[in-house]
Design a protein around this ligand. Structure first.
Ligand SMILES: Cc1cc2nc3c(=O)[nH]c(=O)nc-3n(C[C@H](O)[C@H](O)[C@H](O)COP(=O)(O)OP(=O)(O)OC[C@H]3O[C@@H](n4cnc5c(N)ncnc54)[C@H](O)[C@@H]3O)c2cc1C
Length: 604
């Protein structure tokens, strides 16, 4: 059975030494986020999640969810008790507003707990994860009455929430939604239609489920401009605000799928179910985007989390399994064979995984901090910059983070050889669970289009220009020559060059995208990958700077900080060279890609 421990030291390093959370102590919510509290959250949440949630990962995968004859759904054995313990622990309420029963702590701490939960058990984490998305939409767009009715119990975990976008004929193209919402005399709406693939759509963990549903009113435009958002509770609330009459929403089936077996992926049938409009009619997509942006960052964290747990188990196996001899001669002459660790090709996979997961954690947590700063920073200018930066980075965190997360899970499975393919060892589950992260919340190709088609043009290109400037400045600083900084000079030079390639690719889109939009579509994915590498490179510069500072201050944890500098160097050598090749792919344009007629793809 695979194991999981929360990466406490790594997380403390990022929060305290790289992001320096303490320096934001003047902002609301941060006053209680000093190193002691941060340490307590990391240690206690990490311990609880590793001890209570992680042991249910493999069994939940093997058992899956069960749809009973009456349409109810039972989560795998142990999930209900673990959910109750999770609820009582209060870890789910950490960064929700105090006004609705949350603890009002920074989002960045909520992201920490989210990573631990997803690494321990992604299926389990999704029951509360989807609720968080629904909560953010109600906070942003719900009426004060709706907020009072639903938020306290959703935040406390007494009820869960879902997101209902997808229908059988439409996933990416939500303008085609057919679910209807007919206004009723009492101000409610009758919702009718079929939603598919609804995560945590039905289960036995809580006494109510609050569905957030996209639908169209009868006279609405038949496009994205005609979508509205509705709250449809499984049980309509009675006068006291408790679950009352059963609403006309039922689970028609649960999907049998590749991974995340412990989370019920449901077909939900709405047969004139009672729903209430959230925000204005025809403005549902904007409200849903609030939920989706939060959820997209959450999915990026899932990618990191699967990489982390797979990496932990890859490291354990490489240190345990003995096969062959080191190329340079026996490393362990008293044994019949050396550990897998001696083989450079195994090291390649482990170093790739280490270089990715550590920087991805830094990027995701910086993302969490930017979410906080976009609301709470002292000046309007700082809030706007934080908002623009996280908008730009969201598709990168989701798209690049999950692609590399999956790749890392596959590589760690590879280290286990044939044993990685055997179910009871758990490595193949990480691969299967990681795979969905590349698909849901907008498939990664759609993330790439969001980045290039929408985010680059944000505020006249101000966000990407600010990103270029940040990378250039921090590369310049790292090459600046203060004591110890020569250790980062090579990475800084490579990253500066990569940033130049990214600027050139951006310019190429400007020059070639208008004439032929296919040129943008053909290069968008490569551009997302370029930004992924450069964003992680920036994180390695920051982590490297923090390591140099700690070493200069005479830390006793020399090995920890030296490893940071070696891994930063590795990232520069092994990740940044891809950026030039990606730029050349972009500049090849779309002509050849789009040249063949559809019939030419047929092989039979
Ligand atoms: C396990 C699971 C859980 C899910 N949970 C939920 C949930 O809780 N709520 C919910 O509403 N949905 C959920 N989904 C649905 C998921 O979000 C969609 O499957 C996903 O958004 C893609 O939509 P689709 O499957 O219809 O694919 P399509 O939209 O048909 O896309 C197919 C392919 O074409 C590409 N493509 C489509 N349009 C474009 C374009 N314009 N430009 C470039 N490429 C394009 C896509 O990238 C993709 O690779 C879930 C799905 C699964 C499998």
């Amino acid at each position: 059975m695979p194991s999981y421990k929360a990466p406490a030291r790594e997380t403390r390093f990022i929060l305290n030494e790289v992001l320096k959370l303490e320096s934001y102590g003047n902002l609301p919510g941060f006053e209680n986020a000093g190193p002691d509290i941060v340490d307590a959250v990391i240690e206690e949440a990490g311990k609880f999640i590793a001890e209570v949630i992680a042991p249910l990962n493999l069994s939940g995968d093997q058992e899956g969810c069960t749809r009973n004859a009456d349409g109810s759904v039972t989560a795998p054995k142990g999930f209900k008790q673990a959910y109750e313990a999770f609820r009582e622990s209060g870890w789910g309420t950490l960064s929700h507003p105090e006004a609705f029963g949350g603890q009002g702590m920074p989002h960045v701490l909520g992201f920490v707990v989210e990573e631990f939960l997803c690494a321990a058990n992604q299926s389990f984490a999704m029951y509360s994860g989807l609720t968080n998305g629904a909560v953010s939409a109600i906070i942003a767009k719900g009426s004060p009455e709706q907020q009072q009715m639903y938020l306290p119990k959703m935040i406390s975990g007494e009820w869960t929430g879902t997101m209902n976008l997808t229908e059988p004929h439409c996933g990416t193209d939500l303008g085609m939604i057919r679910t209807k919402a007919v206004p009723q005399a009492d101000g409610s709406y009758a919702i009718t239609g079929t939603k598919i693939f609804i995560s945590a759509g039905e289960h036995d963990l809580t006494s109510n489920i609050i569905h957030l549903v996209l639908a169209k009113t009868p006279d609405a435009p038949d496009s994205t401009k005609g979508i509205s958002l509705f709250i449809v509770p499984k049980f309509v609330l009675d006068a006291q605000g408790n679950p009352g009459e059963r609403n006309a929403v039922s689970c028609g089936a649960i999907e049998h799928k590749m991974g995340i077996h412990g989370n019920a992926t449901c077909v939900l049938n709405y047969d004139g179910a009672t729903g209430w409009l959230v925000g204005d009619e025809n403005k549902g997509l904007a409200a849903m985007f609030i939920m989706m942006n939060a959820a997209r960052l959450g999915v990026g964290i899932q990618g990191l989390a699967q990489a982390e747990v797979a990496y932990q188990n890859g490291v354990l196996y490489a240190g345990d399994r003995r096969q062959g001899r080191a190329l340079t001669g026996p490393a362990d002459p008293t044994e019949k064979a050396d550990h897998l660790f001696v083989h450079p090709d195994v090291r390649r996979m482990l170093m790739d995984a280490k270089a990715f997961t550590e920087a991805m954690r830094a990027l995701a947590l910086w993302g969490g901090l930017l979410v906080d700063l976009s609301h709470k920073a002292a000046t309007e200018e700082e809030r706007a910059l934080a908002d623009a930066t996280i908008s730009l980075l969201t598709p990168v965190i989701k798209g690049y983070g999950t692609d590399k997360g999956f790749e890392t899970a596959v590589n760690m499975q590879q280290i286990w050889g044939g044993h990685g393919y055997i179910a009871e060892n758990g490595m193949e589950q990480f691969v299967r669970d990681a795979r969905i992260t590349q698909i849901y919340e907008g498939a990664n190709g759609v993330q790439a289009m969001d980045l290039v088609g929408r985010k680059l043009a944000l505020n006249g290109g101000a966000a990407i220009q600010a990103f270029f400037a940040t990378v250039d400045k921090e590369c310049g600083d790292a090459k600046g020559g203060a004591k110890g900084e020569e250790r980062l000079a090579d990475l800084a030079s490579r990253l500066e060059k990569a940033n130049g390639e990214l600027k050139a690719a951006t310019m190429w889109f400007v020059q070639n995208g208008m004439a032929n939009p296919n040129n943008v579509g053909a290069g968008a994915y490569h551009y997302m990958d370029m930004m992924g590498v450069i964003s992680l490179g920036l994180m390695w510069l920051r982590m490297g700077q923090a390591a140099i500072a700690a070493l200069a201050a005479g830390t006793t944890e020399t090995a920890f900080y030296e490893a940071k500098l070696v891994t930063a160097q590795y990232f520069g050598e092994r990740f940044t060279p891809d950026v030039g090749a990606l730029r050349r792919k972009i500049e090849a344009g779309s002509a050849t890609m789009m040249a063949l007629p559809i019939e030419a793809f047929a092989t039979v």
